[in-house]
Design a protein around this ligand. Structure first.
Ligand code: NAP
Length: 250
């Protein structure tokens, strides 16, 4: 303990789970947020505890503002004062040409990836801002190289949602820098998780991505956790409003 609590949204699986394990190893108490997979969240908590760290699982849909306020209160009550937030929960939405996209699916995609990120930042800033009685802290948002490249075929709306995350990161960094809160983003390339499993199991997909990646491999969740941990840490004390790309060169 001593370093404070970090809320990691979508900490049950994939990149978020790796971020939870890594931040716990750095000495943060970790609030492992998840949407529905309570077994995966419990496994992340168990992995943190087995390594000597502190973690608790908290179920909340990041699109549900009321649930988020309750989660931040419960997390700080159980684990100690807030030090930071990692906005990692996200969804690709439906793989489909734009001509076949459905308004309800699009609304849900933006509710989770964009509004969810903004709402979690609201809860974090309320507790971290020195202007509001907090001690300052750091926020890291998960973008994607899709924000710059436009996304895989069928994922233009997802790419747009990550573009919004990057714009919001810059805007919030400007707003709360004077209040002791740093805000940055990480833009991963193709990382092997449940999110990319369906795409990568299509014939030839994996080979095409690797061939288009200068460093010649797919990314692992730990590659992303490394960048998140640095941006969260005091080593990045003069870094805010920026996007760190971790993509093997894409
Ligand atoms: P993943 O394996 O699909 O895991 C998604 C995580 O988010 C799960 O923990 C899930 O919880 C949680 N989640 C989803 N919707 C949620 C909601 N409404 N409220 C709360 N939690 C929710 O994803 P990933 O590949 O690790 O990706 C993590 C982040 O990195 C995402 O923002 C993604 O867009 C971004 N990213 C990923 C890649 C990649 O190649 N994998 C590349 C660029 C960016 P449950 O376990 O309860 O379902």
């Amino acid at each position: 303990m001593g370093m404070g609590t970090v809320v990691v949204t979508g900490g049950s699986r994939g990149i978020g789970a790796a971020v939870c394990r890594r931040l716990a190893a750095e000495g943060y108490a970790v609030a492992v947020n998840y949407a529905s997979d309570s077994a995966a969240a419990a496994a992340t908590v168990a992995a943190v505890e087995a390594a000597g760290g502190a973690a608790r699982a908290f179920k909340a849909d990041v699109a549900d503002a009321g649930a988020l306020a309750q989660m931040f209160d419960a997390a700080t009550e159980a684990l100690g004062p807030l030090a930071g937030l990692v906005n990692n929960a996200g969804s690709t939405g439906r793989f489909a040409p734009v001509a076949e996209q459905d308004p309800a699916d699009l609304a849900r995609l933006f509710a989770v990836n964009v509004t969810g990120t903004i709402l979690c930042c609201r809860e974090a800033v309320l507790r971290l801002s020195t202007r509001r009685g907090g001690k300052g802290g750091a926020i890291v948002n998960l973008s994607s190289i899709a924000a710059r490249l436009g996304g895989l075929s069928g994922l233009a709306p997802y790419a747009a949602s990550k573009g919004a995350v990057e714009s919001f990161t810059r805007g919030l960094a400007t707003e709360v820098g004077p209040e002791g809160v740093r805000v940055n983003a990480v833009a991963p390339g193709m990382i092997e998780t449940d999110m990319t499993d369906g795409f990568l199991s299509q014939p030839g997909a994996r080979e095409r991505v690797v061939a288009g990646t200068p460093l010649g491999r797919l990314g692992a969740p730990d590659d992303i956790a490394e960048a998140v941990a640095w941006l969260m840490s005091p080593a990045a004390a003069f870094v805010t409003g920026t996007v760190v790309t971790v993509s093997g060169g894409r």
